[in-house]
Design a protein around this ligand. Sequence first.
Ligand SMILES: [Zn+2]
Length: 242
Amino acid sequence: MSTSDMFLKSVNKSAQCPFCGKLFDYIMYPEIHIPGDSKLKKKVLNKTLFFPKCPYCKEEIKLRASCMYCNENKKEMFIVTDSTDTELETMMKSGDIHFNDVLTDDAVAFMKGLYIRRVVHDVDAFREKILLSDNNYDDRIIELLKYSLSGLIARESHMPVYRIFLEETSGDQLKFTAIMGNHSPFEYMSIRSAAKVYTQYKNKYLDKLGRAEEDEYISTDQKWAARSGLLNDEDAGFVIPL
Ligand SMILES: [Zn+2]
């Protein structure tokens, strides 16, 4: 039995469409392993995996998913969980990973300090981690950049930023989506930034950060960016040309 056969490849689930109320089935993949599952990775990146279309009303639905992405080549493990408790983070810190109650033989390899380990709580953030990895961006620098962007667009639009994430990278542009407002219905805003701003941030902040594999970065998100205090001394963040 090969290693990949040990993993539960797909599970059938059913969901109730929030738009028309009908029940429909979809397929969920609880684990994505690279190398091997590059097709699944592509489905995350092109938004076909966690965003099924309701077969009845054709509306696109964003799932609350649980999935582990493990890239053996780059020594990265990203987990998206709809649970907000900190049990997973504790497991990741100890290196003793149980996912969907399956203890994999590879668990020993997930040891502390060897893998870049991240826990996120929504599929947009999960997709963003994989997108950043594919483009060799440091997610901590991107969180700092997003934190600055959030401050700017909140001031300009007089609306709070609910969430912000990288949508795509093309050429010399980074395209972010900001979800604006305090509650639904949210407004979606698209923001572009020159890729060289990433380089400026990296040059300025990377040597202030530790190794990306350390425990303190398991929850690298906007709360982490705020907590890091790195942008505190900046006037309106580090100036970004919008
Ligand atoms: Zn529907």
